[in-house]
Write a protein that binds this ligand. Structure first.
Ligand SMILES: Cc1cc2nc3c(=O)[nH]c(=O)nc-3n(C[C@H](O)[C@H](O)[C@H](O)COP(=O)(O)OP(=O)(O)OC[C@H]3O[C@@H](n4cnc5c(N)ncnc54)[C@H](O)[C@@H]3O)c2cc1C
Length: 485
């Protein structure tokens, strides 16, 4: 976007104040600045305005204004995506949903879904379910509790029930979305009826799945104003085990086998350095004799006997891997592990929570990806070498999703923004090359990563992608600059 003239800026400001009220519009530099950057090394860009919507009508009005004036819109929840995805690449209006458009509109007990406004946070949803619907549960990432549940689902997040139930993108039953010209459309079974009804958001099949036009698009195709996410029955017993593994391939095989056993809610495998970080060692060094990975394995059960049966199956998996690899893995109860290494490790289990090792530096960046499970062992080994090369503590985070249909491979760097950003970025470029070489698909990918990814993908996919973007956003006002378009 060309720089706004003073006249145009003041005209747009007047119109925004008419839509939202003057107290919900700002163009003051000190208000705009926090929206210009995030934890990553992605290049900062200032927005021109920040607005705080409360109602769908206001979102429609601001989309129409943007469409007429050509000013970009950047939808924003808490900017916690770790991919620079809310940095206003071309300036414009940041639409911050977190302050006023954050209602839990409905929880349907029998169909097990919640209809959320975009600003609803994980902490808010957890509290609401605990207080009002104790028989239902949702799933949480390692993100802080003030991050958005809708943002996470719309970006195909991976949470603490992902081994059992897959990517959070699969948990979306439907959305209400404002299109580039202000049209409000409902997608999913909620398309029945002329008006919004809270009782018909139970699925997104079997009509053509138009949700694909919005999920993972980083706000580039429409602005979501309602989103229905699946809830699950809360089980009377929720507990966790901790696995310890020596060897990268052993760890990967253990994860795959645990996934296929179909008795666990999730696995989060982290480099052993992370376990040390969690108990207060900020720059841990692995001693050669130490294990390579720690695995957090949440499990839920209906009865004690159910849990015992699951635990027996889990122990059998460990025994099977040990027979093959020579006693390289161990399992214990999470409570035992926490009492041994320190209670700080509970931050990884009591979600949503602030996982201190992730946020104790000024910078946080990652190569996160959906990964083919069979390559995880190689990825762990090669990533470890890259961490050492760039002199950062190894911080690999990995999961097995949906019983093993796909995995997660993430290399994380916490760094000091003032002195380590360049080194962190060069390491990220190597993690990207490593991942793509082994079939990984980056998620929440920043602009620089999308540019590099373009060199590796089907050119006709790219052509189709650009056509869909052109159709959904002909004036280029919806979070422009992402994917370089
Ligand atoms: C320390 C830390 C740990 C994390 N761990 C995990 C993890 O374990 N698993 C995991 O999955 N994630 C993890 N995350 C990421 C996080 O869960 C999600 O990406 C996050 O919840 C979405 O971020 P947000 O709510 O701040 O959305 P934002 O970052 O504000 O927005 C995300 C994207 O959605 C777009 N958007 C926002 N609102 C709308 C709208 N109304 N309509 C259309 N598009 C919109 C934005 O433009 C942007 O492209 C972690 C993040 C942090 C900081």
């Amino acid at each position: 976007m060309e720089k706004l003239t003073d006249r145009k800026r003041s005209e747009i400001k007047g119109r925004l104040e008419g839509i939202f009220g003057p107290e919900n519009v700002t163009d003051k530099v000190h208000d705009l600045f926090p929206y210009s950057y995030d934890a990553t090394e992605c290049e900062p860009h200032m927005p021109d305005f920040v607005v705080l919507p409360e109602y769908v009508d206001q979102v429609v009005a601001v989309v129409k204004l943007a469409s007429e004036s050509g000013v970009p819109l950047v939808p924003y929840i808490s900017g916690n995506n770790i991919g620079g995805l809310t940095i206003p690449e071309r300036g414009g209006i940041v639409v911050d949903f977190s302050k006023r458009m954050n209602r839990i509109l409905h929880v349907h007990e029998s169909h097990m879904y919640a209809i959320l406004e975009p600003g609803v946070t994980f902490g808010q949803l957890k509290k609401h379910l605990d207080d009002h619907h104790p028989g239902l549960r949702y799933s949480y990432p390692f993100a802080p509790p003030f991050s958005g549940a809708v943002g996470n689902a719309m970006l195909s997040g991976m949470n603490n029930m992902s081994c059992a139930h897959g990517s959070m993108g699969d948990w979306i039953n439907g959305v209400e979305v404002v299109l580039h010209d202000g049209t409000v459309a409902r997608v999913g079974s909620c398309f029945l009826g002329k008006e919004f009804r809270p009782d018909n958001w139970h699925s997104r099949y079997p009509m053509p799945d138009l949700l694909g036009m919005f999920v993972n698009w980083q706000g580039m195709t429409g602005i979501v104003t309602k989103c229905a996410v699946q809830l699950w029955p809360r089980r009377p017993i929720e507990t966790a085990y901790v696995g310890i593994a020596y060897g990268f391939e052993t760890t990967a095989e253990l994860m795959r086998e645990l996934g296929r056993a179909e008795v666990i809610d999730d696995i989060s495998a982290v480099s052993v350095e992370v376990a040390k970080m969690s108990v207060g060692i900020p720059t841990p060094i692995k001693i050669p004799e130490e294990p390579d990975f720690a695995l957090l394995v949440p499990v839920s059960a209906l009865t004690r006997k159910h849990l015992e049966a699951k635990y027996e199956i889990i122990q059998d998996v460990f025994a099977k891997v040990n027979r093959k690899h020579g006693n390289k893995t161990f399992i214990t109860k999470f409570d035992t592990f926490a009492s041994l290494v320190g209670e700080g490790v509970r931050a990884f289990y009591d979600l949503p929570g602030v996982v201190t090792p992730l946020v104790e530096y000024s910078g946080l960046t990652w190569f996160g990806s959906y990964a083919p499970p069979e390559h995880l062992g190689t990825l762990f080994e090669k990533a470890n070498a890259i961490f050492h090369k760039y002199n950062f503590p190894a911080f690999v985070y990995s999961k097995i999703m949906k019983s093993g249909h796909y995995g997660i491979f993430r290399s994380i760097i916490r760094y000091k923004k003032d002195s380590e950003e360049d080194r962190a970025h060069r390491a990220m470029e190597e993690f990207f090359d490593l991942g793509v070489e082994h079939g990984c698909i980056p998620y929440k990918a920043p602009v620089w990563m999308c540019e590099r990814l373009k060199e590796h993908i089907d050119p006709n996919w790219l052509e189709l992608f650009k056509r869909v973007k052109g159709l959904m956003d002909p004036k280029g006002i919806l979070n422009p600059g992402r994917w370089g378009v």
